[in-house]
Design a protein around this ligand. Structure first.
Ligand SMILES: [Zn+2]
Length: 207
C-alpha cells in the first residue's frame, strides 16, 4: 500500500473487499472515527437541548488527537509552516506532495498504523476459538506451559467480527507453531472429531 492508498482509505469513501470476495462501499475511516467520538450524535438530531449529555468515547477522541497531532507535526517538519486547514485535507496534501524517499516511507508506515489503530478500535477482532481437549497432530500435545494453555485454536472471524467462509479458516498450534489453512482445516477438524458443521453451530452460539 502506498501513501496515496492509505490517505484514500482515511479520507475518502472507498471500496473494501471482505474475505468472501464481495466488495462494498464504506465511509472514510476518519469519518467513522469522528462519528465514534460522539456515538449518540446522529440519533439526537431534532431532539432539542434537553436530555442527557452525549457520551464521548475517550479512546476514539485520543486516537483522533494522536493522528491529528502527528500529522501536523510532520507537516511542520517537512515544510516549516503550520498547516492551516483540516486533518483530512492535510492527509490528501501529503499524498500529493513531492516528498523525499525517507518521508514517503515514514508517512506510508505511519498512515498504515493509523488505519490499523482505527480498525482495531472500531471493530475489535474476536478472539480465536480454542479447540479445547484436542491434540495437536504435529507436537502431540493438547495443552502447554505451566498454565496448561490450549494448544490448538481456530481462526474463523474477519476483521469486523463476522464469520469467514469455512474454506478460509485456519488452525494454529500455540505450542509448536504448526498451522493449517484452506482445505487442510476441514480435514484436520474431521480428524480431531470436530466436524466443521459442528464448529459452525457452536461458534454461532458463542458469538
Ligand atoms: Zn503443536
Amino acid at each position: 500500500m502506498t501513501l496515496k492508498d492509505n490517505a484514500h482509505q482515511l479520507v475518502r469513501e472507498h471500496l473494501k473487499m471482505d474475505r468472501d470476495g464481495k466488495t462494498h462501499k464504506v465511509p472514510a475511516l476518519l469519518e467513522e472515527l469522528r462519528r465514534a467520538v460522539t456515538p449518540g450524535h446522529a440519533g439526537s438530531a431534532g431532539g432539542g437541548m434537553t436530555g442527557p449529555p452525549i457520551p464521548i468515547n475517550p479512546n476514539a477522541l485520543d486516537l483522533l488527537a494522536e493522528i491529528e497531532g502527528e500529522a501536523r507535526r510532520d507537516h511542520y517538519e517537512i515544510t516549516s509552516t503550520g498547516w492551516q486547514s483540516t486533518l483530512e485535507e492535510l492527509l490528501q496534501a501529503f499524498a500529493e506532495m513531492d516528498l523525499s524517499a525517507e518521508w514517503d516511507a515514514y508517512l506510508t508506515h505511519v498512515s498504515r498504523d493509523w488505519i490499523d489503530k482505527i480498525t482495531a478500535l472500531l471493530w475489535p477482532s474476536k478472539p480465536r476459538r480454542k479447540l479445547v481437549g484436542k491434540t495437536c497432530p504435529a507436537c502431540g500435545w493438547a495443552t502447554y506451559g505451566e498454565e496448561r494453555k490450549v494448544c490448538l485454536s481456530l481462526g474463523c472471524w474477519d476483521d469486523e467480527g463476522n464469520m469467514r467462509a469455512i474454506g478460509t479458516w485456519d488452525i494454529e498450534c500455540a505450542s509448536c507453531e504448526a498451522s493449517w489453512a484452506g482445505e487442510q482445516v476441514a480435514y484436520l477438524l474431521r480428524a480431531l472429531d470436530t466436524p466443521g458443521i459442528k464448529v459452525v453451530s457452536e461458534v454461532a452460539q458463542v458469538s
